[in-house]
Design a protein. Structure first.
Length: 575
RNA sequence: GAUCGCUUAGCUCAGCUGGUAGAGCAAUUGACUUUUAAUCAAUAGGUCCAGGGUUCGAAUCCCUGAGCGAUCACCA
């Protein structure tokens, strides 16, 4: 691999430190008794408490002025300025710790530990006067340097921002180091999950774990990932939902169960979709979907308050108000509201005409339910910014949902739409085993017609229902999407530490022995690599005269103290 | 999958109608004892994404491909 000049430099510094008897990666613990945030928040009020501090972090900037220097270190709570003076750091005659170690062999990105006392500079910045300095980890890879200034109005201006999305997601650790806001986003995501978990626990619902590897994938309409178990010699699927397992637990006698579940769907990727995503599914016995609406309003309102101290959350251009109660529409009402058309009594032919009039794309395979869903998705969903319950879906779309208590052809299902996207999906769960079997069979028909997302029939699940499941309401909350809204993130990739990416394309590079094999002297290999001959095939195709000239020229340029090859030698490589 | 855009130094980006590759930061060497994107002087650093074409001459124009992004379509 070709190293950049700066990487070579840092490797050299590592060696030199070792020769000076300084371990660049010491084994011993480093005692930390304070954090950057702690100092900044409390020093002014309790100055005497900060006369002897010990803190560790990453060196993020340096301003060297002869025998004194300012630098910044960053720990998990933020940055703080440190001040180093040669004669304080090196009280004796030996000034090498400052002159040679700090100034020459430490770099931005290195992790250091310091001991000293807190003071305020003439410019008014709380800083640490360093009395002892310990290298804790040498960094060999230069860090992107992001700088920030603040004008009189407190407006922040960022220079050389590390903003390339590909690099940020592939090397999230770098993103976290140099973009402090990223850390905040992920802390909020965790707090969101904790808030929901605490709320569910406070009601006595049990957090459970169910299989991720499932012989039959069920609970949602989606294409699964397949895998294979060797000992059982059988096909397994990565779960697309955990619904059918959680309902089995309700059959088993729990009143409420929930699971924060990673689910996997083998479908397209976009700023709203990642192949693996998180949803929490919750099932509560003896409840219906009206109860669940109230419960969800309360849950999400709690999340907003916990994260923002307010029920209002700014998302892009909009301010979203999560305060209860939220608007409630039946699907028919929503469609009438946005299009002015009452479709509640229409048959399939009439619906098709409506779609045509509204310029909603349809195809012949679509039944009544699908047509209604298309109209809703096209004409209503994007306009629903404030959290809104959409209730009572067509039965065709919801094979696991109980039929509506009074409306023919509908089911007791709601979704919550917020910021133009679905964030929640809930039902009064279907618990009539005969009805459930018929619905599964309808799905099988769809599958025969080529619907790859149709649900499979799960005999054991049906057997469980036949023993009797109490009336139950269940919900699935899209954690990633809720996190996007709560953290004002434009893309799902911004709320996942490691979003799925295409594999990094690495050029195929010939190994040292490949070069040696065709007769290249070891010391000449870097020259060939520098010239761009990264594979033997490339080398074989080269022109002898040009190659000979280039190699000698590059040797001179790199100022390598080695013997140039002869023309005959170069010729021999290409044979 | 479709359309549009981007790819130049370690990082952020200039580079006009085609004529010897540029800046700031980072790096190296030096000056400087409280700086705030520290400053000053000097040095080094490039397969201009890859391949082909047009041309006396291509980072620049054309074609093909790759990666990435944005928008749209399907899915949570």
């Amino acid at each position: 691999m070709q190293l950049s000049e700066q990487e070579i430099q840092r490797r050299k510094e590592r060696e030199e430190l070792m020769k000076l008897g300084i371990d660049p990666y010491p084994a011993a613990l480093f005692e930390v008794n304070v954090s950057a945030r702690d100092i900044k928040e409390n020093y002014e009020r309790r100055k005497t408490d900060y006369k002897s501090v010990s803190i560790a972090g990453r060196l993020m900037s340096r301003r060297i002025m002869g025998s004194a220097s300012f630098a910044e270190i960053q720990d998990s709570t933020g940055r703080i300025q440190i001040y180093l003076r040669r004669d304080d750091l090196c009280p004796g005659d030996d000034k090498s710790l400052y002159n040679d170690i700090f100034k020459k062999r430490l770099d931005i990105g290195d992790i250091i530990g310091i001991q000293g006392y807190v003071f305020t500079t003439q410019m008014g910045e709380i800083s640490i006067h360093v009395q002892e300095l310990t290298l804790l980890s040498k960094s060999l890879h230069p860090l992107p340097i992001v700088k920030e200034t603040e004008d009189e109005k407190g407006q922040k201006k960022t220079y050389d921002a590390f903003s390339d999305p590909e690099q940020r997601y592939r090397q999230r650790y770098l993103d976290l180091i140099v973009n402090p806001k990223v850390k905040e986003t992920f802390k909020m995501r965790t707090q969101l999950i904790n808030t929901l978990r605490d709320f569910f626990n406070s009601k006595g619902y049990l957090e459970v774990e169910t299989p991720i590897l499932q012989p039959i994938h069920g609970g949602a309409a989606a294409r699964p990932f397949e895998t294979h178990h060797n000992t059982l010699n059988m096909k397994l699927y990565l779960r697309i939902a955990n619904e059918l397992y959680l309902k089995r637990l309700i059959v088993g006698g729990f009143d409420g169960v929930y699971e924060f579940a990673k689910d996997f769907r083998n479908e397209g990727m976009s700023r709203f979709h990642n192949p693996e995503f998180t949803q929490v599914e919750l099932y509560v016995a003896y409840k219906d979907y009206f109860w669940m609406m109230d419960f969800m309003e309360e849950a999400v309102e709690k999340v907003a308050l916990s994260l923002h101290g307010d029920t209002k959350v700014k998302v892009g251009e909009n301010t979203i108000e999560f305060q209860r109660p939220w608007k409630r529409f039946t699907m028919f009402e929503a469609i009438e509201h946005f299009t002015g058309i009452d479709i509640s009594k229409m048959d399939e032919e009439q619906l098709k005409k409506v779609c045509k009039d509204l310029k909603v794309d349809i195809d012949d395979s679509m039944g009544k339910g699908k047509l209604i869903d298309e109209i809703f998705g096209e004409k209503c969903e994007p306009h629903l910014i404030q959290p809104t319950f959409i209730m009572d879906y067509p039965v065709e779309m919801s094979p696991l949902t109980k039929k509506h208590r009074s409306e023919e052809g509908l089911v007791e299902r709601f979704e919550v739409i917020c910021n133009g996207k679905e964030i929640m999906n809930a039902y009064s769960e279907l618990n009539d085993p005969i009805d459930q079997r018929e619905r599964f069979e309808e799905q099988l028909e769809l599958a025969k017609r080529g619907d790859e997302e149709a649900m499979a029939l799960d005999e054991d699940f049906l057997r469980a229902l036949e023993y009797g499941m109490p009336p139950t309401s269940g919900v699935g909350i899209g954690i990633d999407r809720l996190a996007m809204i709560m953290t004002n993130s434009n893309s799902i990739q911004d709320v996942l530490f490691f979003p799925q990416m295409r594999p990094e394309k690495k050029p195929v590079v010939a190994s040292e022995s490949d070069y040696v094999e065709v007769g290249v002297r070891k010391e000449l290999i870097p020259i060939l690599q520098k010239l761009g001959f990264n594979s033997i095939k490339q080398l074989k195709e080269a022109n002898v005269n040009k190659l000979f000239n280039d190699v000698c020229g590059m040797r001179k340029k790199l100022k390598l103290d080695i013997q140039n090859p002869t023309k005959e030698e170069v010729e021999s490589w290409l044979e």
